[in-house]
Ligand binder design. Structure first.
Ligand code: SAH
Length: 416
């Protein structure tokens, strides 16, 4: 009996000590019956669900969340706004370097299992996709050993050095720099005046490899983290359709779809973007993979203007516009925008043409997007069949309890 007691204490002591030292003084208590979504592992607490706070939590602080009966529910980052807490863990545990290491390691193992970390054929992938990797507010994209780190919450901003150090420990060979780029992603009202900078290492080679193709990535000055990794598999699908076809890549940015179309054997490829810098990057990426290949031309022009006045008809058109709806209130205008844009493409595409059409607006769901493309087809009166329904790749996972994480929608349609 005595022996049993001793061993009991022996095993439990480290656990109780650990909990004792980890006594989070900042607490949030929910109103009665407001714990249901957290019990179903949804990773957000809305401000309307909160009854009271203890310990004066401030934006960016780690807080423990309890139900109205004072039972522990979760721990997360506090923030100002409709989403008041973003949950990091449903276990009562400290949010320290060990925690970041555990989460980052799981994210890295997932990508390794997907074959994305084989350096010879692919060195660009999304390592952390926010809620999809149980790290709300954090995005990390990898380009040839440089991690581009975006904080979308003040909590992730506060923890940036600790996260960078944890990252170095879990991938010591592969990682040689961490570039922090959150000037456009942090909550505006937090007024952090965050500067883009290297948290670790320094600027190094910026040629990323994706499916054995080369891309120069300008993560310091480019849009988002410098490249749209989320279209990797959709670009690979386009490669299969490119042979013998003339291709228009509308909203080309760094020319991702164009480079794949060239490798797929397109007869000509035209890339269009309203940004002159994007056209420069596209031309560079084409030259990097297909020097002196005369099949490609790029134009800095507005999409609608180009589609209205373009001299050529195309067999294959890609429409990958920026998010038309950043918020739910912009939904109607956004759907109208998608309809108009797709209608232009349906007017112009050659008979037997293939259209790759996308929406990356989180506020537009796949049914609404499909309806917008349907309306465009009906308006122009072309016969259209859906060949593929596309989404984001596996390194942009969707937490099943957080369906909001599914943002990329695409259709590949055949136009008679
Ligand atoms: N397809 C790209 C990503 C597109 S991002 C890829 O695979 O990497 C959206 C692009 O649309 C941006 O480069 C932006 O400059 C461009 N853009 C925004 N508004 C535009 C407009 N009205 N006409 C043409 N391009 C536009």
């Amino acid at each position: 009996m005595c022996l049993l007691d001793q061993s009991f204490t022996f095993y439990l002591l480290p656990f109780t000590l650990h909990l004792f030292f980890y006594m989070n003084k900042k607490k949030i208590f929910l109103k009665p019956k407001k714990e249901e979504s957290l019990k179903r592992f949804h990773p957000w607490v809305f401000s309307g669900a909160i009854a009271k706070a203890e310990g004066a939590p401030e934006e960016g602080d780690v807080v423990d969340v309890f139900d109205s009966g004072k039972n522990f529910l979760a721990v997360g980052h506090c923030q100002i706004g409709t989403i008041a807490v973003r949950i990091l863990s449903f276990d009562q545990e400290p949010i320290d370097k060990e925690f970041w290491k555990k989460r980052l390691k799981a994210a890295y193992q997932l990508r390794t299992g997907l074959g994305l970390t084989k350096r010879e054929t692919n060195n660009s992938y999304r390592l952390v996709h926010g809620e999809g990797d149980f790290l709300p507010g954090l995005i990390i994209d990898m380009y040839d050993g440089t991690a581009v780190f975006q904080a979308h919450s003040v909590g992730m901003h506060v923890s940036r050095q600790e996260i960078a150090a944890a990252l170095k420990e879990i991938m010591p060979e592969e990682l040689h720099a961490v570039f922090y780029k959150s000037d456009n992603t942090l909550p505006y009202k937090a007024d952090l005046k965050s500067e883009n900078q290297y948290l670790l290492g320094k600027k190094a080679g910026n040629i990323a490899i994706e499916n054995s193709l080369k891309f120069r990535i300008d993560w310091e000055k480019g849009q988002k983290t410098g490249f749209f990794i989320d279209q990797r598999e959709n670009r690979a699908l386009l490669e299969k359709y490119a042979a013998g076809r003339s291709v228009l890549n509308m909203f080309c940015y760094t020319g991702g779809f164009s480079v794949y179309a060239m490798r797929g054997g397109a007869t000509l490829v035209h890339s269009v973007d309203s940004s002159a810098k994007a056209i420069e990057l596209t031309n560079e990426n084409i030259t990097l993979n297909f020097p002196n290949d005369k099949r490609h031309k790029a134009f800095a022009e507005d999409a609608f203007k180009y589609l209205d006045t373009m001299p050529d008809d195309y067999d294959l058109i890609v429409l990958d516009p920026p998010a038309f709806a950043k918020h739910k209130d912009a939904l109607r205008n956004a759907l109208n925008g998608y309809r108009k844009l797709n209608a232009k493409a349906f007017e112009k595409i050659k008979p037997g043409g293939i259209l790759f059409t996308f929406s990356c607006s989180q506020a537009v769901d796949k049914q609404q997007f499909r309806l917008a493309v349907f309306s465009a087809a009906a308006q122009v009166g072309r016969k259209v069949r859906i060949l593929h329904q596309l989404t984001q790749p596996a390194d942009h996972p969707v937490n099943i309890y957080h369906p909001e994480g599914e943002y990329l929608k695409g259709l590949v349609v055949y136009v008679e």
